[in-house]
Design a protein around this ligand. Structure first.
Ligand code: ADP
Ligand code: MG
Length: 289
């Protein structure tokens, strides 16, 4: 988008339409869809409430602003490529008492992004690391920051592909410009030396330029087993942890707890059912008492 308006194919002052048709045309050109949709209704409301012209215009323009902000947030969310949209509204902090709730809610205000600081969430599988990373990503989109979500495996695959296709610099530039880069699941797959080098370059290029969130099931001392080289791991951690908040998320797997809960509930229901049902020994028919 250049920001310039295309030449108006239907100049005002022609006899080609009624004022409404021209107004519709101009509002579309000016990209004011909410004004177009609402102007008539708001005019009737303002007439009813005795609101003057500036008041009418203010109401209409405020509606457009609110709608535009919502559309922009939606666009940012789509651009972030979240695998799912999750928020803190659905996150149960009591399920993971070891997690510093005050720190997480403070981070949800996104000031760390202005300070270009990083976040690392460490813990075993199923403890909500991805959920928290997604919720922080969503909060960032809502606060006006550009966000990119990826997994470590997918990121290094894309970087290697870009390198093979001679578009690595462009991809690295894109990764540098996003305000918040979320790299999920570092540690599940060991990396080749080239992959580790490319991942290191990503951190290095973002150092003090933008915020990065990393989630991992491995404690720092085991990162060498993923990145292969002790020297590279040291240098990577040095950059990543210079300005960082660490979220420790060890505990029972929420997934396992939920499915155990469901199994218990199902077993309980089956038992209840069994005590209430009687089976006719002749027909095999079940009757519920
Ligand atoms: P991890 O990334 O640590 O392996 P996830 O974030 O993928 O764990 O969590 C597994 C599932 O459990 C997801 O559906 C997530 O939304 C849910 N979940 C985990 N922890 C919580 C929690 N404390 N409150 C609500 N849902 C949770
Ligand atoms: Mg995860």
């Amino acid at each position: 988008m250049t920001g310039k308006l295309a030449p108006d194919p239907m100049p005002s002052g022609t006899m080609s339409g009624t004022p409404q048709v021209l107004l519709t045309h101009h509002l579309k050109q000016l990209k004011l869809p909410t004004v177009l949709r609402e102007y008539d209704k708001v005019a009737r409301e303002c007439a009813r409430d005795g609101i003057d012209h500036p008041g009418y215009l203010l109401r209409l323009i405020e509606l457009e602003r609110i709608d535009r902000e919502r559309r922009t947030v939606e666009r940012r969310i789509r651009a972030a490529r979240f695998p799912a949209v999750k928020s803190f509204d659905t996150f149960d902090f009591t399920a993971i008492p070891g997690l510093n709730k005050i720190l997480v809610l403070e981070l949800a205000r996104c000031e760390y992004i202005l300070r270009r600081e990083n976040i690392i969430a460490l813990g075993n599988s199923g403890t909500g690391k991805t959920h928290v990373a997604l919720a922080l990503g969503l909060a960032a989109c809502q606060k006006g920051f550009s966000v990119t979500f990826t997994t470590a495996a997918s990121l290094v695959n894309q970087l290697m592909e870009a390198r093979d296709e001679r578009r690595l610099l462009r991809m690295q530039r894109d990764l540098q410009t996003t305000k918040l880069l979320i790299i999920d699941e570092l540690g599940y797959v060991p990396m080749s030396p080239t992959a580790a080098e490319l991942l290191f370059e990503t951190f290095s290029q973002r150092y003090e330029r933008g915020s990065t969130i990393v989630t991992s099931n491995l404690p720092f001392e085991d990162w060498t087993s993923v990145l292969g080289s002790e020297r590279l791991t040291g240098a990577l951690l040095d950059r990543l942890t210079h300005h960082v908040s660490i979220l420790t998320m060890n505990g029972d797997s929420y997934r396992l707890k939920q499915s155990a809960g469901r199994r218990r509930a199902a077993a309980g229901a089956a038992q209840n059912q069994a005590t209430r049902d009687t089976v006719d020994p002749n027909t095999g028919e079940i009757t519920t008492n």
